[in-house]
Ligand binder design. Structure first.
Ligand code: TMP
Length: 212
């Protein structure tokens, strides 16, 4: 039985404010691990390719309006629809680098004033990440990067609230990296924590579920 003999992949999640550099770092990390010969895939949430993802995308582009609770549940459903594939990949030995996950779900919705317990509830039972890396940048610095697009949440005042929500969610297991360091320094720190985590999973750490 190859499955029980082979070690599993790691579920690595990158989180942070909009414009913190997550997307380019996850791309660089993916390239590095792939070149090193690891079985690895780069994922992101929202996954805009599914039917639910298209509804989310239209909402983010301000092309549709939805009740705050309804959009929260769509973001969660978008993770649920990928859950079994995620488990399959991890069990077959593929490491997943995931740009945003349940923490974004809770941080962004609770920043709108929704109850944090209510926000966490639909995430219960999703796979828990083996590692959460938070790319830390102040909302002001992120705004200075100038890349705020036209999407719904890309506004300084709202990002300040999101930063506060992330702070409430963070626990000691998160690895926090200063997102104002150079791209190369961030990349180096990220590689270190990720390789370490992959090793732990390789040695047989069990998969667990939210919320641990
Ligand atoms: P993206 O820019 O990483 O594609 O994410 C789109 C926006 O959606 C971003 O502002 C964060 C927000 N978001 C949520 O509000 N809830 C979620 O569950 C996720 C994954 C993202």
């Amino acid at each position: 039985n190859t499955e029980s003999n082979s070690s599993r992949g790691a579920l690595i999640v990158l989180e942070g404010l909009d414009r913190c550099g997550k997307t380019s770092q996850s791309g660089r990390l993916y390239k590095y691990l792939d070149e090193q010969g690891h079985s690895v895939e780069s994922w992101r949430f929202p996954d805009r390719n599914t039917g639910v993802g298209q509804m989310i995308s239209s909402y983010l582009a301000n092309k549709s309006q939805l009740d705050d609770h309804a959009i929260h549940l769509l973001f969660s459903a978008n993770r649920w629809e990928k859950r079994s594939l995620m488990e399959e990949k991890l069990k077959s030995g593929t490491t997943l680098i995931v740009d945003r996950y349940s923490y974004s779900g809770v941080a962004f919705s609770s920043a709108k004033g929704l109850d944090i317990g209510w926000c966490k509830a639909p995430e219960i039972g999703l796979l828990a990440p083996d590692l959460v890396v938070y790319l830390d940048i102040s909302p002001e610095k992120a705004a200075e990067r100038g890349g705020y697009g036209d999407e719904r949440y890309e506004q300084l005042e709202f990002q300040k609230k999101v930063a506060g929500s992330y702070l409430a969610l963070r626990d000691s297991s998160w690895k926090v990296i200063d997102a104002t360091l150079s791209i190369e320094d961030i990349e180096k720190k990220l590689r270190e924590v990720v390789l370490d985590c992959m090793m732990t999973c390789h040695k047989g750490k069990a998969l667990s579920h939210l919320w641990p």
